[in-house]
Design a binder for this molecule. Structure first.
Ligand SMILES: Cc1cc2nc3c(=O)[nH]c(=O)nc-3n(C[C@H](O)[C@H](O)[C@H](O)COP(=O)(O)OP(=O)(O)OC[C@H]3O[C@@H](n4cnc5c(N)ncnc54)[C@H](O)[C@@H]3O)c2cc1C
Ligand code: SF4
Ligand code: SF4
Length: 577
């Protein structure tokens, strides 16, 4: 008979937050001599294999964790030497003057990272550190997923590590006196629902990213661009990001909010559109794509935070908690700070052998009193500022784009006032600035789930104009999947479709409107499809393509899908993203 496997601390996800927690806690234990056992479960086949990020990050938490990181092999791609926020029009680009930008969008001095490499390095560095920490044991479990949270009453006591429970708890579960979820919500969303921790739902965006190798002679090392405008002209909120890395590599990506009225966003194809822009073409022509992938970003920020950050026997960290600040596109440093603060709390909890909610409650105070809470508070109305006023994206942005293409962004700004009511335009601009700077106080914000924004018969009168591009630089969604390196075990069934009849009805609705269902159009990896069986159109899935981004689950208007973690390290290979 199998024995019960129990650790003092169980970390779910080999994530930046959990690895920061592990490093800091081992450092504290080295000083105090406190002893504990820890296990880290990571669903990717290796640490980093399921991690995808931009990523440009302020190095302040990395400096705390690894004071000598620059001489210690820490894998950074570049230090940002110039950052731009640019409006892309059909033909041209306008770099918004730095004086007009909020401080959070100025990235000079920040690190350009490949986050999968960072967590891989952090896991290996932790193994090295353990040689000097005899009071601590850490077991690493790449390729192991937590499938369910295990409770004893209302106390979290561990996780189920098999997809289907056998009924023998000792075989099915790994136990922890405290379980720390840095899993982007993959299983901790069940815990949040069980304890009704969120009054306001989390809202999401999806990020799609490619890494390119540029031809000899190209060098954009340390250059960072964030863009708005082309090709997102349908009123969806989002934009592009382009980061220059060492060795002639370039990151190109888009982040698109899923609170869009458009049921057919198709993020992977929007990224291909971005690459058709003449300026982007000038960067990538003659290069080759190395990697592709996609992942979600929690955008709700301050007003989507759970009421509690801990319950009896468990803590939430990073994106699972929802501390990403979308106003600055910064989640990495905030996730790591969660880990740092959690380590401080757990160091004391271990010594008192007390992992109750009460003992762990100081974690929330610590996070909210740190720069994390401060940034989230300042950016608390950022999404609301764009959600509440459709004129910003539907009317004003296209006017500015017209001005940019006509050679004068300033004329574009003036023409916003001329073609719309100038008083309204000025008051809209002032309110936008006040909300984005966190200077207005409009009380708590209520979000609704992203799919509730979908308008099935959505129409837009605007289309992008494409002025010639190299066909070798764009990829169909089916071809892009190859660059995500997906590989699945046999009998993989990691997406549940709850009710086939609901899908049949949904397909019929969208067929009538001449549109694709949201799952088919917005999947980032050619998984969902419609099968015609004897005239009846059914929903089908090619699960072997899935990159585990969970976009389909968020946009399904009938809440008819659930993406679960895979087994045996199956899924994409995001190393290098
Ligand atoms: C396209 C894109 C661009 C971004 N750009 C930036 C940027 O420029 N700067 C910035 O600061 N932030 C950026 N972010 C946000 C940033 O990447 C995240 O906020 C950050 O990675 C969150 O860290 P985390 O610790 O919550 O863990 P995550 O990065 O969410 O990692 C979760 C880990 O847990 C694992 N896991 C999940 N479920 C399970 C399970 N059930 N069992 C075992 N393991 C599991 C996953 O495989 C993964 O390894 C970007 C994100 C995206 C998607
Ligand atoms: S999964 Fe959702 S979006 Fe897709 S067909 Fe079914 S109900 Fe429609
Ligand atoms: S099936 Fe869902 S989770 Fe998988 S790649 Fe498509 S959208 Fe992402």
């Amino acid at each position: 008979m199998a024995e019960r496997i129990e650790y003092d601390i169980l970390l779910i996800g080999g994530s930046p937050s959990n690895l920061a927690l592990a490093h800091h806690l081992v450092d504290l234990a080295k000083q105090s001599g406190v002893s504990f056992s820890m296990a880290i479960l990571e669903k990717g086949k290796e640490f980093g294999a399921h991690i995808l990020s931009g990523a440009v990050s302020k190095p302040h938490v990395i400096e705390k964790l690894f004071p000598d990181y620059k001489d210690n092999g820490f894998p950074y791609e570049a230090v940002c030497n110039q950052s731009y926020f640019s409006v892309l029009a059909n033909k041209s680009k306008w770099d918004v003057p730095a004086a007009l930008l909020p401080a959070g969008l100025k990235k000079e001095g920040y690190l350009v990272l490949t986050l999968s490499h960072v967590v891989y390095w952090m896991a290996n560095k932790l193994k090295e550190k353990l040689a000097e920490a005899p009071s601590v044991t850490v077991d690493f479990f790449p390729g192991f997923s937590a499938h369910e949270v295990v409770y004893d009453g209302d106390t979290v006591v561990g996780v189920q590590v098999v997809e289907k429970a056998t009924g023998n708890a000792e075989e099915d579960n790994i136990y922890g006196k405290v379980t720390c979820f840095g899993d982007k919500g993959f299983v901790s969303r069940n815990l949040i629902e069980r304890f009704k921790l969120r009054d306001n739902p989390q809202i999401w965006s999806v990020g799609v990213k490619e890494v390119w190798e540029l031809p000899e002679g190209s060098d954009y090392t340390g250059k960072v661009w964030h863009t708005m405008g082309f090709p997102l002209v349908d009123g969806s909120f989002g934009g592009g990001f382009i980061y220059g890395m060492k060795d002639r590599k370039l990151t190109i990506g888009m982040v698109i909010s899923l609170d869009s009225p458009n049921p057919n966003i198709n993020p992977q194809q929007r990224l291909q559109d971005l690459k058709k822009h003449p300026w982007v073409q000038s960067l990538i022509q003659g290069g080759k794509m190395l990697k592709y992938g996609a992942a979600l970003l929690p955008e709700g920020g301050y007003y989507s935070l759970p009421k509690k950050f801990s319950v009896d026997g468990a803590l939430l960290l990073g994106d699972a908690l929802g501390v990403l600040d979308i106003s600055q596109l910064s989640g990495v440093d905030k996730a790591m700070e969660c880990g740092w603060q959690a380590a401080e709390v757990l160091h004391e909890a271990i010594q008192k052998s007390d992992f109750s909610e009460q003992k762990l409650s100081s974690y929330k105070e610590r996070v909210m009193n740190s720069f994390v809470g401060q940034n989230l508070y300042e950016g608390r109305y950022f999404r609301q500022a764009w959600q509440e006023n459709p004129r910003l994206l539907n009317n004003y942005l296209p006017k500015v784009m017209e001005g940019v293409d006509a050679g004068s962004a300033h004329w574009g700004l003036i023409s916003v006032g001329l073609t719309h009511n100038p008083v309204t335009a000025v008051s809209d601009a002032l309110r936008l600035k006040k909300l984005m700077d966190g200077k207005a106080d409009i009380g708590p914000v209520r979000y609704i789930e992203d799919y509730k924004h979908i308008v099935p018969n959505f129409k837009t009168s605007r289309a992008i104009e494409v002025n010639g591009f190299d066909k070798d630089t764009v990829y169909s969604r089916a071809d892009a999947v190859f660059y995500a390196g997906t590989k699945y075990h046999e009998e993989n069934r990691h997406i549940d479709e709850f009710n086939a009849d609901v899908c049949v009805k949904c397909i019929s609705t969208y067929d009538t409107l001449g549109k694709e269902t949201p799952c088919v159009s917005d999947c980032t990896a050619e998984v969902h499809r419609i099968d015609d069986r004897g005239g009846l159109r059914h929903h089908g899935m090619s699960l072997e393509n899935c990159v585990q981004c969970r976009t389909c689950e968020i946009v399904c208007p009938e809440v008819n899908l659930k993406v679960r973690p895979t087994e045996e390290g199956s899924g994409p290979d995001f190393m290098g993203l």
